[in-house]
Design a protein around this ligand. Structure first.
Ligand SMILES: Nc1ncnc2c1ncn2[C@@H]1O[C@H](COP(=O)(O)OP(=O)(O)OP(=O)(O)O)[C@@H](O)[C@H]1O
Ligand SMILES: [Mg+2]
Length: 255
């Protein structure tokens, strides 16, 4: 039953860098419709696991099913087209482009990418561009960034950049969004807003896998939490179960 409900199911994932086993036979599952947390001490392998799941780096071994299909042979942009997209620990926005342009760059399947279509379907291109722009503006409006649409993305605060990176993922009609530390370096007011947005998007049917060191964020958002330590699974359970797990506490104290 649980297997049938899983949107992402990765098993036996491993990745070494030289002598370091950054991820060592790890597994993780994200149930459809859930907000799933991924926690663990610094250097536990969380970001590496994200890189493996989204195929930004190739695993040494392991299997990844997204929406019941294997995705390990697909490049990241093809994975994104299937509705699986991630953000980065340090937000990757293009500073010298406007906030709106950053949003539009994420639009999938643009007719303008194809030379012949540009020549023969100019009308379609213009209406597509208009629709994309309207969509981008409405997403920016919903996260409170519409007043900054024509500002350089580089002029945003660190927290606003994270928000823009998250808002941008919505342009791709995602089913699953991986967030790498959405609250890191963000002021408390904006953290609350970011959490509200994540809950709101989840209500609209988007599932999430969230890496976060801020336990209040994990506790308030997540249905289930997976714990990684030294590249390996340490525990999995509800936030309350994880909070009361002595092994997890020891892993954090020992870091
Ligand atoms: N490209 C790389 N080359 C070499 N070693 C790497 C590389 N990426 C990660 N590592 C190592 O792999 C281990 C896991 O790192 P990773 O960044 O995945 O941890 P993390 O759990 O995300 O930590 P943090 O909470 O600090 O972000 C660390 O020992 C790290 O130094
Ligand atoms: Mg990390």
């Amino acid at each position: 039953m649980q297997q049938a409900d899983s949107l992402l199911n990765a098993t036996q994932l491993s990745k070494s860098f030289g002598g370091i086993k950054a991820v060592n036979n790890a597994h993780i599952r994200v149930d459809r419709g859930s907000i799933t947390g991924l926690i663990g001490p610094n250097g536990a392998g969380k970001t590496t696991l994200f890189n493996l799941l989204s195929n930004f780096i190739r695993p040494d071994s392991g299997s990844i099913l997204f929406d019941n299909q294997p995705i390990h042979s697909l490049p990241p942009h093809k994975i994104a087209e299937r509705g699986f997209i991630r953000t980065f620990q340090v937000a990757r926005v293009l500073s010298r482009l406007s906030v709106l342009e950053n949003m539009l760059l994420a639009t999938p399947n643009q007719t303008g990418e194809n030379f012949f279509k540009v020549w023969f379907q100019q009308g379609k291109l213009r209406s597509e561009e208009r629709a994309n722009k309207e969509r981008a503006m409405s997403i920016l409006e919903s996260v409170g960034l519409s007043a900054k649409a024509y500002d350089y993305a580089g002029a945003l605060s660190g927290g606003q950049r994270k928000l823009l990176e998250m808002a941008r993922t919505l342009m791709t009609n995602p089913k699953l969004i991986l967030l790498d530390e959405p609250a890191a370096g963000v002021n408390p007011t904006l953290i609350n807003q970011i959490c509200e947005h994540i809950l709101d998007w989840n209500q609209q049917g988007i599932s999430f896998l969230v890496i976060e060191h801020n336990m209040d964020v994990i506790m308030s958002l997540c249905d289930r939490v997976w714990v990684l330590a030294e590249g390996t699974n340490l525990a999995e359970g509800t936030p309350a179960e994880i909070q009361n797990n002595n092994e997890v506490l020891e892993a954090y104290l020992g870091q």
